[in-house]
Design a protein around this ligand. Structure first.
Ligand code: MG
Length: 397
C-alpha cells in the first residue's frame, strides 16, 4: 500500500439545479426535468435531470432541441438565488471538513483533506461523511472522488454518478487512468483530442505509453504536460477560495468629493462591509489597502501589513483612515475603496496583542449581532453613528 502524500477530494452535486427543483416539488419526481430558458427566447438547458438525460438531453443544449427530443419535457425557468442559497450551505459543510476548499462553481468544489485523517478517518470514510452531511442538510445527493492528484479526483467524482463515491489509492493512479478515454483528461479540448486520435491515441494509457518526444514534437510544452497528466503526475494544488478571493468594497461618487468627513464616513462604511464578508467566510486578513481615484482619473493604492490578522471593522477602519490621511492630496475624489488581503482561516489567526481580548470579544459579538439584524431586516438598518452624519447628496453640493 502506498502512502497518501496528499488527499484531494472533488465534490460535485448531481444534476444540481434540476435536483433542487425536484426536491422542492415532489410531483416532478421521475419526470424528465430541465432548468433553463424558454425555446422561444432561444434558451439553453442549464441542468437536466437523469430522466431527461435518457433522451440525450444535456446542459448547454438549445432548449428547442431538448423539446424536440422529449415532447413531454418539463421545463422550469429556475431560481438562481435559491441555488445560491443551497450552494452556500453546501460550501459551509465542506468547510467543516477542511478550511482549504476551492469552489469551481455553485455545485462543485475541491477540498484538500491532507492531514485530516486523524480527525475524519481514512479517505473512503471521510468521503461517505461528506456525502451524508450534504444529504442530511440539503436532501440532495453529491458524487465524490478522492485521489492523491487533483485532476484524478475530478475524474473519479464523475465515474459513478449519481450518488457516487470513487477513491483512487496512491498506488493505483496509473492503472485507474489507463483504460479511460482521453476526453476525460482535464484540459484536453476537442482539438487536442482530434490531434491525438490522429496519432492513434484513444485512451489515457495510449497517451502515457507514447514517446515523450513524439508528444513534445507535436504539441510543444503542452505535450510534456499531457504526458505528465497521462502518467498521473500533476502538481496542481488546491487554490483555497480565501486566497483567491478579494475582500474589498469601492464606491464611485456621483460628484467628486473633497470633504474629509464625508470621505471618512465612506471608509468606515466600507470597513464594516469588508469586515462582514470576512467574518461570514470565517477568515481574517493581514493587509489593509485603500484605493483613491481622483477627479482626473489618476488612481493610487496604498497598503500596509498589520502585525496580526484581523476581521475587525474598527481596526480595518483605523488603518484605512490612517493610510488615507497620509496619502490624500486634498484633491477631489471620484472613487474610494477599502480592501483586506493576505487572508487565512480565522481558526489560525494569531492573537492580537494590542487589543485587550475582552474588547475584541465584545466588538465581535456586536458585529455578529449587526449581521443578524441586517440578515433579517435588510442592509443599512443598523449603521455606525459616524456614517449617519454626512449623507451623500444628490444636488451636487
Ligand atoms: Mg454537478
Amino acid at each position: 500500500m502506498c502512502k497518501w502524500e496528499r488527499v484531494i477530494a472533488h465534490v460535485d452535486m448531481d444534476a444540481f439545479y434540476a435536483s433542487v427543483e425536484i426536491r422542492d416539488d415532489p410531483s416532478l419526481q421521475g419526470k424528465p426535468v430541465v432548468v433553463g430558458g424558454s425555446s422561444r427566447g432561444r434558451g439553453v438547458v442549464s441542468a437536466a435531470s437523469y430522466e431527461a438525460r435518457r433522451y440525450g438531453i444535456h446542459s448547454a443544449m438549445p432548449m428547442a432541441e431538448a423539446e424536440r427530443r422529449c415532447p413531454h419535457l418539463v421545463r422550469i425557468p429556475g431560481s438562481f438565488s435559491k441555488y445560491q442559497d443551497v450552494s452556500d450551505r453546501i460550501m459551509e459543510i465542506l468547510r467543516s471538513f477542511s478550511p482549504a476548499i476551492e469552489p469551481l462553481s455553485l455545485d462543485e468544489a475541491f477540498l484538500d483533506l491532507t492531514g485530516t485523517e486523524k480527525a475524519q478517518g481514512p479517505p473512503p470514510q471521510v468521503g461517505r461523511k461528506i456525502k451524508n452531511a450534504i444529504h442530511e442538510t440539503t436532501r440532495l445527493t453529491a458524487s465524490v472522488g478522492i485521489a492523491p492528484v487533483k485532476f484524478v479526483a475530478k475524474i473519479a467524482s464523475d465515474l459513478e454518478k449519481p450518488d457516487g463515491l470513487v477513491v483512487v489509492d496512491p498506488g493505483t493512479v496509473e492503472s485507474f487512468l489507463r483504460p479511460l478515454e482521453i476526453k476525460r483528461l482535464w484540459g484536453v479540448g476537442p482539438r487536442t483530442q482530434e490531434a491525438l486520435r490522429e496519432l492513434g491515441v484513444r485512451t489515457i494509457g495510449d497517451l502515457a505509453s507514447l514517446d515523450r518526444r513524439t508528444l513534445t514534437g507535436r504539441f510543444g510544452l503542452h505535450g510534456e504536460h499531457l504526458h505528465n497528466l497521462a502518467s498521473g503526475h500533476d502538481e496542481r494544488t488546491i487554490v483555497p477560495d480565501w486566497e483567491a478571493k478579494s475582500y474589498s468594497h469601492e464606491n464611485t461618487f456621483a460628484d467628486d468629493r473633497a470633504d474629509a468627513d464625508f470621505l471618512e464616513a465612506i471608509l468606515l462604511d466600507q470597513a464594516h462591509r469588508v469586515s462582514r464578508r470576512l467574518r461570514r467566510d470565517g477568515v481574517t486578513g493581514r493587509i489593509v489597502q485603500i484605493k483613491i481615484r481622483y477627479h482626473d482619473f489618476s488612481t493610487f493604492t496604498r497598503r500596509v501589513s498589520l502585525d496580526g490578522h484581523t476581521a475587525d471593522a474598527s481596526q480595518i477602519y483605523r488603518v484605512a483612515q490612517h493610510l488615507f490621511h497620509k496619502n490624500w492630496t486634498r484633491k477631489a475624489v471620484r472613487l474610494l475603496g477599502v480592501g483586506v488581503s493576505g487572508v487565512i482561516p480565522a481558526a489560525s489567526e494569531s492573537l492580537d496583542l494590542f487589543t485587550p481580548s475582552q474588547v475584541q470579544d465584545r466588538r465581535r459579538r456586536l458585529a455578529e449581532t449587526i449581521d443578524r439584524i441586517e440578515e433579517r431586516f435588510g442592509r443599512g438598518k443598523v449603521i455606525p453613528a459616524k456614517t449617519m452624519k454626512p449623507r451623500p447628496r444628490s444636488d451636487g453640493a
